[in-house]
Structures are given as C-alpha cells and as structure tokens.
Design a protein around this ligand. Structure first.
Ligand code: CP
Length: 318
C-alpha cells in the first residue's frame, strides 16, 4: 500500500476487516515487521486519538514513531507555492518534506481544511505535496477532505457490534459552535457506501456533502424520519461543504438536531457513535453518550487497530 486516503486504497473490505480482527486479537504478532523502520507523524493541527493511536500502532509493529508538531516543535511552514516568504513562516514545505522523508520510511500527515478556499482544500494541496516530494508511503491522519483511519475504525466497530447482517446506519448532522471541516463525514459516507449496510444521511438543507462522497446514499432531510429503525446513529457536525451554500460557513445551530433520548427512541435500540472529541449537550445529550449503547470509547480504541492494519500493509510493501 503506497498511500491511504480513500476506501479504495484498502482493497477488499472483507479481507481488511478480517485482518483487523487478527491484529486486534494478536497485536504483537508482527513485532519484527517494523524493526529498524521509522514513521514520521506530522501534525499541523491538534489531536488526542490520532496521535496516540498512531504511535501505539507503530510500537505494536516494532516501528519507531517520531512526532512533529508543525509551528511548535518546528519552524512555521509555508504551504503555498510561488509566494514571497516575507511573513512569519520560515521554511517551505518544498524543502521540509524531503528533509523529513530522509529520516523515515512512512509519513502520516494531519492537515485540516482551512475552510476559506474550497478548491484549495478539495484538491488536498498539502497532502499532495507530501506525496509528490517525500517519495514515501503517506497516510492521511485527517487531511482537508478525508479521515480514512477514523472511517476504517468506525467500520470495524460497526462490524463488531452489529446485530443484523445488513444494519441501518444513519449519519446525522448535529449543531456545533464552531465551523468544522467535512473530512469525517466525507470519509464515513465513502466507507459506508462501500460496506454492506443500509446507509442514510440526514442534515438541514444547505449541508449537502460533495457528491463524490455521498454516492448512492439516501439523503433524508427529516431527521426523525431518517432515524426510524436505525441500528447505529453516527452524529457529526460539519460546516457548509460549498455544494448548496457558502463554503465553510455555519448555516444552522438548530439545537433540535442534538441527538437526545427522544431521537434514540425512534431507532431500533441503536448504538450511538461519534469520532470524538465531542461537545456534550450540543452534538449529543449526556444521557445518550453515557448510556450502555454508546460506543464512543470502543470506537476510539479501534483507532489503534485501523492504524495498525494500514501501517502493517505499508511495511509489507516497502
Ligand atoms: N477522532 C479524532 O481524529 O480525534 P483527534 O482529533 O483527537 O485525533
């Protein structure tokens, strides 16, 4: 595996899920695979789960992780080409990437969408520079438009907890005080469309995701109707994707979309999921996230599993 951004990069989903099951059961079985290998984890933005689960996955494989926080541990980096560097950014990605690549075998990059320029974000400008100038396998640790390690962990979790062969999975928009990227809902939609689930997306009008990620998923604007009979409720906020409204803007803070007990009551005793971090009583009520049907902790734990499968495959193809 040379890169990990889209569901297509993982190949057969059944095989990937079986590999995830094996990795979870025997995480140290491939300890010699990463011997004398280094992974560089580059963070342009904050993280709890991605940072820790990626390090844990690397250590399980016997690989040495190096974490670099851009702008804190390093110089501030310029990401745009052709600019006069007379501001506070001391180094350009064009030099920094090959230098970082010279110290490692695999690179993981977290680089959020700026939410100002849709074309810049949706062409994955920063991530593509890592691919172009590193010559190393690159993992998106949440880039401008995708968060594949999260979506793979979400699918592993659904597979572990499903009570039906083909469960109904509903991804619902929920309110948030700040404008958030679309990477998590984009990837979740992409992965659910590839999985054997009945997938429904619900959000207020204006929040339509990019058609490349929505695919053939059913979009239902009536949240309660969408949630009827659901087996899994996946809550997430996202800002306007710029398909039917102004890119990156908050169009609604309608608290009637907060997932609470009344929403869960119309489901088929659904499990609640969220990628975390989550704003309690904005995205989800305390009673729902604290209920025994909340999967947020096992879902986060599976981030180490999804990361280990991806790193294992990259090490095997070096
Ligand atoms: N879900 C997720 O990616 O969490 P972090 O932002 O804490 O890494």
């Amino acid at each position: 595996m040379k890169s990990f951004f889209h569901v297509s990069d993982i190949g057969d989903l059944g095989a990937a899920l079986e590999e995830a099951r094996q990795v979870k059961a025997t995480p140290y079985a491939w300890k010699s695979l990463g011997e004398n290998k280094t992974i560089m984890l580059v963070f342009f933005n904050s993280s709890l789960r991605t940072r820790l689960s990626s390090q844990k996955a690397a250590l399980n494989l016997g690989m040495s992780p190096i974490v670099l926080n851009i702008g804190q541990d390093s110089w501030k980096l310029e990401t745009e080409m052709g600019v006069v560097m007379d501001g506070d950014k001391s180094e350009h990605l064009r030099e920094a990437i090959p230098v970082m690549a010279s110290y490692c075998d695999i690179i993981g990059v977290r680089s959020f969408a700026g939410l100002k320029d849709r074309e810049y974000d949706y062409s994955e400008t920063v991530l593509n520079q890592f691919i172009q100038y590193s010559g190393k396998p690159v993992i998106s640790l949440e880039s401008a438009t995708v968060h594949p390690c999260q979506a793979f962990a979400d699918l592993i979790t659904i597979e572990e907890y499903k009570r039906k062969t083909r469960p109904k999975v509903v991804m619902t928009w929920a309110p948030h005080p700040r404008a958030l990227p679309q990477a998590v809902p984009n990837s979740f939609a992409e992965w659910m469309n590839a999985a054997d689930v009945d997938f429904v997306i619900t959000h207020p009008r204006g929040y339509e995701l990019d058609p490349r990620f929505v695919g053939d998923a059913k979009v239902e604007y009536d949240q309660m109707k969408a949630l009827e009979g659901a087996d899994f409720v996946y809550a997430k906020n996202w800002s306007c994707p710029g398909v039917c409204g102004p890119y990156g803007e908050i169009l609604s803070k309608d608290m009637s979309w907060t997932v609470d007990a009344a929403h869960m009551a119309v489901t088929d005793n659904a499990f609640f999921m969220h990628c975390l971090p989550v704003r309690r009583n904005m995205i989800v009520s305390d009673e729902v996230i604290d209920a025994p049907t909340s999967l947020v902790i096992p879902e986060a734990a599976n981030r180490a599993v999804s990361a280990q499968v991806v790193m294992k495959r990259m090490l095997e193809s070096l």
